[in-house]
Design a protein around this ligand. Sequence first.
Ligand code: AP5
Length: 232
Amino acid sequence: MPNRTSTAASSSKFATMRIVIMGPPGVGKGTESERLIDMFGISHISTGAIFRDMFETDDPIGAIAKSYINRGELVPDDITNKIVRQRLSKQDPNQGFLFDGYPRNINQAEAFDVMLDDLNLTLDAVINISAPDELTIDRIAGRRVCSSCGAVYHVLHKKPNNEGVCDVCGAPLIQREDDMKETVRRRLKIYNDLTAPVIDHYKDKPFLHIIDGSGTMEDTHQAVMDALGVAP
Ligand code: AP5
């Protein structure tokens, strides 16, 4: 589900927007991405979700990715960049997209620039959502995800209608294997060491927006709408 294209495709100028959402684990990238793709009808390209979908297949890349992800480490760049290039090459040029979780280090940011250049594409917005580590750790502790479609819930902030059951498809809710506390701390360290510097890669671009993600989901959404210039 996280790499789906919304059926509620929008005909507005936002339907062709090309957006990157960055931020630490648990800050709410996936949550906000789901709202944007539903509003704009653009494709959601989450590298984390692509890897998790591969866990269940025979593709040997899935097993390799799983070993890195469950240790809280980045999947090697050669694998990740190749998957993104393949996915981008299939993208309808008339439809926008939202990257969630890519690029994640400087090497990926540079490779992404080359891919976009090759396809004659430019970005419209890079949105970095930030929040203190302790807050994102708490959010991840309460996260539950659908074991089938990947829909995301929270035990306090986004409860399903029936406890432990996905509203979308009825499958059981589970915790992600990489959401163990120690693994989350490793993911945060990697974010701070390798991913946060990617913000600098875009610092001279007029389309970089830094958003405070420490409020409610609605606060974050409103700040993103303001940054994108979506009228209330
Ligand atoms: P990925 O799947 O990208 O995970 P992540 O970046 O660690 O982000 P999360 O999915 O943990 O959090 P999120 O920000 O989407 O938060 P969410 O909306 O769920 O990557 C996983 C792994 O895959 C990586 O560690 C790496 O190993 C590998 N990988 C992926 N991309 C890669 C790449 N490019 N290169 C190499 N390796 C890669 O929200 C969290 C919880 O909080 C939810 O329960 C939600 O309901 C709740 N919530 C959200 N917002 C709020 C709010 N404002 N207030 C209260 N609760 C909230």
